[in-house]
Ligand binder design. Structure first.
Ligand code: AHR
Length: 325
């Protein structure tokens, strides 16, 4: 009886895995449709969920022309590599993926190139030392720009002097490296009286943002500003600052990146001073680009998203209501 139950459980597990992650499938793809394999990073932030929803929603609305194979790598680059290999075996037309970290992609991208499958990098890039002919294009925001804009806003909020801590994203991710570069370089070149006293990774998650902010508040007597590499970590930091009996947005100025609805609400409440946008709504661009690539056309090497800067004077209830994520 025990054996029968175990077999049944194993069968149910296989079925549910196939439903979420179809990269193990040996079924060959449908030639009439645009077939895209997308390997997502995981579910570390509200922003990431918005990107996933946008891609799945777009594909679901266009099932007559698009076949999407989706894999969730659960924050593990090895899972992404496995998923991409699965897409190659399936013979998809185009592979898209958001690289968890910048490095380690040479071998799998070489396999894509050998199979003649164009690759779109989505929302994050790969290390500049990797042969750029191994991918076709990147659709992403300019993360260095976002870091610089955050620094310019922080400089103004602090009146040119004070101490700042940085809540970094996933270590080794291009979004982390480039946001830090944009922020730190601007500060080094323009703000001699602003000192960045600590950098720590909160892995782009709300819980870790809260935990590292709480630890920093214990460690340092005085913190004037927080630069969080994403909104989720800023929202976690706001909780920690309140728990420490301080007023976020007043006692400690906070600037973050993403522009999700929850961050806009915090700006309107005066608890977050600014969020620099990084749009997750990339589905239309991804599928339009994939159509061109399937037809053998060339596209720009970097398709840059247009983003905005949301300070308190810009965020209204109307803007919040219009935000879908
Ligand atoms: O690569 C984009 C970043 O990844 C977003 O800023 C962050 O919220 C996400 O997890």
């Amino acid at each position: 009886m025990k054996k029968v139950v175990s077999l049944l459980l194993a069968a149910v597990l296989c079925l549910s895995l196939a439903a979420c992650n179809d990269t193990n499938s040996t079924v060959k793809t449908n030639n009439d449709k645009l077939v895209v394999g997308f390997a997502q990073i995981g579910q570390e932030s509200g922003w990431r969920d918005a990107e996933t929803n946008d891609i799945q929603w777009y594909a679901a609305r266009n099932t007559d022309t698009i076949e999407l194979h989706f894999a969730d790598a659960e924050q593990n680059p090895e899972n992404q590599i496995r998923a991409i290999r699965g897409f190659i075996d399936m013979g998809v037309d185009v592979i898209a993926f958001a690289p968890v970290i910048e490095t380690g992609w040479e071998e799998i991208l070489g396999e894509c190139k050998k199979a003649g499958i164009p690759v779109i990098l989505v929302d994050r890039g790969i290390d500049a030392g990797i042969d750029s002919s191994l991918y076709t294009t990147m659709i992403a925001s300019d993360h260095v720009w976002a870091g610089e804009q955050a620094a310019i806003v922080m400089e103004e909020l602090l009146g040119g002097s004070g101490t700042v801590v940085e809540l970094q994203g996933t270590i080794g991710a291009s979004a982390t490296i480039q946001r830090e570069q944009g922020f730190d370089d601007y500060m080094a070149a323009n703000c001699p009286d602003i000192e960045i006293i600590d950098h720590q990774s909160g892995d782009f998650t709300r819980d870790q943002g809260r935990a590292i902010m709480a630890a920093m508040l214990e460690t340092y007597d005085h913190i004037d500003g927080v630069f969080a590499h994403n909104d989720d970590m800023a929202l976690g930091a706001i909780e920690a600052i309140k728990e420490a009996g301080l007023k976020p947005g007043e006692d400690i100025k906070i600037v973050s990146v993403d522009g999700v609805k929850g961050a806009f609400e915090a700006v309107l409440a005066g608890e977050l001073n600014c969020t620099v946008e990084c749009t997750p709504l990339l589905a239309k661009q991804i599928f339009d680009t994939a159509v061109l690539l399937k037809a053998g056309q060339t596209v720009d090497k970097w398709i840059v998203s247009e983003d905005d800067i949301y300070t308190a004077d810009k965020v209204t209830q109307e803007i919040i209501d219009a935000r879908t994520y």
